[in-house]
Write a protein that binds this ligand. Structure first.
Ligand code: GLN
Length: 446
């Protein structure tokens, strides 16, 4: 704990942590030490973990990096976080992210951007940007983020670490601030595949507090990390030949595919006809869900309340206008629009249908192949302030939203750096609930 506290202290310019729980972490370390000596310590004893500012931890501030939750403290601890604590993990602090997890660069945070440790003028990715930098810069052993359309995988790729989004419903969402409920998943950011496996094993499983959490038994992922000798691997032609794909990332991908062929795996090109529909479908559905989920922030129940309101209606309007940042407001407006009476069928219903097509085709490919390998991101980490246009930011999610629309597990694994020393990540998807196989395979890429 002292080691990580020192690293956090020395690297404050990276803006990874919003709050550090130094005294509590040191006290927890002592308690875990005593349990280790007594032989009663849990499986995560000594693992120092940071959590994204969207996870509820009783008695601790929870703000989703927004002014809207200014001063709010959670009254309860979410299921995933509670399971970490029960396993004797040590929680060291709360990490910066995009406001309400909406973004891909950590720049929408009310607390300012986190910075990439490989080049502090560049973004760490987002929305779990602070969580990825914290692992990259050794400020904690692992972080827990959330991934709605890539927010664990994309920052992991930009920061040269592992980011893992499990199957939708594998980890309870109780205590995760809702963005788009039919997409949101909690996921670990780590340096090793085995740490990702161990954390998943602890956090996953049925939960009486989340009726959407899967009832399936949780395999001992951390004990099943030996890859099989022969896999069938597909790669999506339109992804590899995508005109926006940085040539160095393309080369890294082709190189990995060659290595896998050399190891005796079957590697084949596959057609996926819906690549161009992915971003519109994702943004229609997630903004619709977000506009509904964020309705609860009304200036009355949580956090921020406009000081200059004159009556109830002005309290709602002013609190929301002042408390939410520009990107969150944009998404609430867009979501409200696509759900409005005259447009509902043209946008929301149609997007639901396209989601089904994408899911069915993805599931079909993941029955034909054990894994699909694709880039995590079209580029390496970009400069802070470089992407001013929201649409260009959205388009950068092209490779991560497929797994989110289909609800399947996906992992981003670091596979080297570009000529400028910026990390490159590759992504692997597997069929629903095939986390064990996916994690075993991912170790071939590291
Ligand atoms: N960048 C995507 C978005 O802004 C993903 C965010 C996320 O996964 N939370 O919606």
């Amino acid at each position: 704990v002292e080691y990580y506290l020192g690293n956090i202290e020395r690297q404050q310019h990276l803006n990874a942590f919003l709050e550090v729980w130094a005294d509590e972490a040191l006290a927890q370390a002592d308690a875990v030490d005593a349990r280790l000596a007594a032989g009663t310590a849990g499986p995560l004893a000594g693992m120092v973990i940071g959590i994204k500012d969207v996870l509820a931890y009783a008695g601790h501030s929870l703000q989703s990096s927004s002014l809207m939750l200014d001063g709010f403290k959670s009254l309860f601890t979410g299921t995933a976080v509670q399971r970490l604590l029960d396993a004797d993990a040590i929680l060291i602090g709360r990490q910066n992210c995009d406001e309400f997890a909406m973004g891909g660069s950590n720049e929408t945070s009310y607390f300012g951007p986190a910075r990439n440790a490989a080049d502090p003028d560049r973004v760490p990715g987002g929305s779990s940007g602070g969580s990825a930098v914290a692992v990259q810069a050794d400020m904690c052993l692992a972080s827990i983020g959330s991934d709605t359309g890539g927010s664990v995988r994309q920052p992991a790729a930009f920061c040269g670490v592992i980011g893992f989004k499990p199957t939708y419903s594998r980890i309870s969402r109780y205590g995760l601030v809702a963005f788009a409920s039919s997409f949101d998943q909690i996921g670990p950011i780590t340096r090793s595949v085995s740490d990702a496996a161990l954390l998943l094993e602890i956090m996953a499983g049925p939960d009486g507090m989340d009726s959407t959490a899967s009832q399936r038994e949780v395999p001992a992922y951390s004990q099943q990390l030996t890859p099989a000798p022969h896999y069938r691997i597909g790669y999506i032609t339109d992804a590899v030949d995508n005109e926006g794909l940085n040539p160095e990332i393309k080369a890294a991908l082709e190189n990995q595919l060659d290595l896998l062929r050399g190891q005796g795996h079957v590697v084949e090109a596959v057609d996926f006809p819906y690549l161009n529909f992915m971003i519109p479908t994702y943004y229609i559905l997630t903004t619709a869900e977000a506009s509904s989920n964020l309705g609860r922030f009304d200036g009355v129940k949580y956090g921020y309340r406009a000081p200059d309101a004159t009556d109830l209606e002005s309290l709602y309007k002013k609190s929301r206008a002042q408390g939410f940042g520009a990107e969150v407001q944009r998404r609430i407006l867009l979501g409200t629009f696509v759900l409005s009476a005259n447009y509902y069928d043209a946008y929301y219903t149609k997007a639901q249908r396209v989601r089904r097509l994408i899911k069915d085709k993805t599931d079909e490919l993941l029955r034909q192949y054990d894994f699909l390998v694709l880039p995590t991101t079209p580029t390496t980490a970009f400069k802070i302030g470089e992407k001013q246009d929201p649409v260009s930011m959205y388009l950068a999610d092209i490779f991560t939203v497929q797994a989110s629309l289909a609800g399947v597990p996906a992992i981003s694994v670091p596979v080297g750096e570009d000529a400028a020393g910026l990390p490159i990540g590759l992504q692997v998807m597997a069929g629903a609930f095939r986390e064990a196989e996916l994690l075993a395979f991912a170790s071939l890429l590291t």
